[in-house]
Design a protein around this ligand. Structure first.
Ligand SMILES: *[C@@H]1O[C@H](CO)[C@@H](O)[C@H](O)[C@H]1NC(C)=O
Ligand SMILES: *[C@@H]1O[C@H](CO)[C@@H](O)[C@H](O)[C@H]1NC(C)=O
Ligand SMILES: *[C@@H]1O[C@H](CO)[C@@H](O)[C@H](O)[C@H]1NC(C)=O
Length: 423
């Protein structure tokens, strides 16, 4: 009899532990080990797939990380439109706007896993590592540029490429001056699907983990009831806030100009610029923020020299940038593009993200965080919450921010937009 009770008790314990573990696993996955699940995501439907014997070749992709990600998605979506595989493009490791001869090409697969890309985007878009040199049957299409090259002309040209006459060629080679920086033909969900397939190569995600775990170690001894940890060690998830702070001099000059131009042109009072003091105040006023909180400041490198960056924060916020965090060595061995990609991931994985709604870097992070919550209600709940510090929300905090996935073009959510979707 006693034996039976013991057995029953034991199975109950086992069952509860199992239930708890699955629950924890779900929570853990939502926060950290998230990977897209092609069968459950609302955006993934089975597709006919793109041809793997016809290709599109594109010129080297340039500028900042965001510009490169967007251009890459456009190149992939262009290839999809033509029902072709994209030949692996070159990205640019360095950030140059004018001296294009100084751009260091960086293979797509030096930054993102090609294998993961093709398995996650299977049936939607495809990238091949084949060298364009092996093909002789190449049709060259010169893409236009400048004011007179409108989005309509750009699209009409693309449609022409689907005609049997051109389509019979094995490779369609698109030439021109950075053809994917300008025209936007695709809805936000299409971009989101491609971004979801961009997973850093293993050696770089290992670096991201090193940075993230430093932040978590710092946040773990703060404000914790150790008795609670002893009772359920799995329940405790250290959290950090990431703030993408744009306060460098040239940005402040630029954003002031934008504000003035908007006022002069259409009388609109846009709030783009936020001083360091305003950002600090709004972050401190985030409703329901855990106190104390570790705050990671994603800033331009020249701000790391500014001693006052870490001063003036509210007492319950512990600010860190890469220098104080002791991870400068992780970043400094890499070129610009990779450093930026690591910072992007650190912001992506933060429990709370605060950015500038006018910044494309911030906007892409918010878009991708929205995908990870995998819920339409991106404006509620505290898990993976995002905010725009340049717009005032309730109680002196920043405005809650989620991407409107129904938008018909990326323009609505990227550079120059104050659209935060949450009411
Ligand atoms: C691409 O072409 C393949 C083979 O002709 C076809 O089965 C598939 O439906 C096409 N995909 C799209 C998106 O049109
Ligand atoms: C990552 O590892 C691959 C080989 O595994 C190597 O080709 C690549 O250069 C490495 N990337 C970086 C940024 O260290
Ligand atoms: C989202 O975008 C769609 C399409 O542009 C628009 O109709 C809708 O009102 C937007 N929703 C919000 C909450 O802004």
């Amino acid at each position: 009899m006693v034996y039976r009770w013991v057995l029953l008790l034991f199975s109950c314990l086992l069952l509860s532990r199992f239930l708890m573990l699955t629950q924890l696993r779900d929570i853990g996955r939502a926060y950290y080990q998230w990977t897209p699940d092609p069968t459950s995501s609302r955006l993934m439907k089975p597709e006919a797939g793109v041809r793997d014997d016809k290709f599109v070749e594109v010129p080297q992709i340039i500028w900042g990380l965001n510009n490169q990600k967007i251009a890459l998605a456009r190149a992939a979506l262009t290839a999809r439109k033509l029902n072709r595989t994209l030949l692996m493009p070159s990205l640019s490791a360095s950030l140059f706007y004018k001296e294009t001869d100084l751009l260091e090409p960086l293979g797509f697969d030096q930054l993102f896993s090609l294998h993961r890309f093709n398995s996650l985007c299977d049936g939607f878009v495809r990238i091949s590592s084949m060298n364009s040199g092996v093909f002789s049957d190449v049709f060259v299409v010169a893409k236009g540029n400048g004011r007179r090259w409108t989005a309509e002309r750009d699209m009409a040209q693309l449609e022409e490429c689907s005609t049997p006459e051109i389509d019979r060629h094995t490779v369609i080679k698109l030439e021109g001056k950075h053809p994917f920086l300008w025209h936007d033909h695709w809805p936000v969900v299409d971009y989101a699907r491609v971004f979801e397939c961009l997973v850093l190569v293993d050696n770089l995600s290992a670096q991201v983990s090193r940075v993230v775990s430093k932040l978590k170690i710092l946040s773990s001894p703060t404000g914790i009831d150790y008795n609670k940890i002893r009772l359920s060690p799995f329940m405790f998830q250290p959290k950090y806030v990431a703030v993408h702070m744009r306060i460098e001099k040239d940005w402040m000059i630029h954003c002031k100009k934008l504000e003035m131009r908007s006022k002069a042109r259409n009388g609109k009072d846009l709030r783009i610029c936020s001083s360091k003091e305003e950002i600090m105040k709004r972050v401190a006023n985030i409703p329901g923020l855990e106190k104390p909180s570790v705050v990671y400041l994603a800033v331009a490198d020249d701000l790391l020299e500014d001693k006052t960056l870490l001063e003036g924060w509210s007492g319950f916020l512990a600010p860190y940038e890469k220098k104080k965090l002791g991870v400068l060595d992780i970043y400094s061995k890499y070129p610009y593009l990779i450093q930026s990609a690591i910072d992007y991931e650190v912001c992506l994985q933060a429990d709370t993200f605060v950015g500038n709604s006018f910044s494309t870097f911030s906007s892409l992070i918010v878009l991708q965080r929205g995908m990870r919550i995998n819920k339409a209600r991106g404006c509620e709940g505290s898990t993976m919450a995002s905010y725009a510090y340049n717009i005032e929300g309730p109680a002196g905090g920043p405005k809650r921010w989620a991407t409107n996935m129904s938008d018909l073009s990326l323009a609505a959510i990227s550079y120059g937009s104050n659209e935060v979707s949450c009411l």
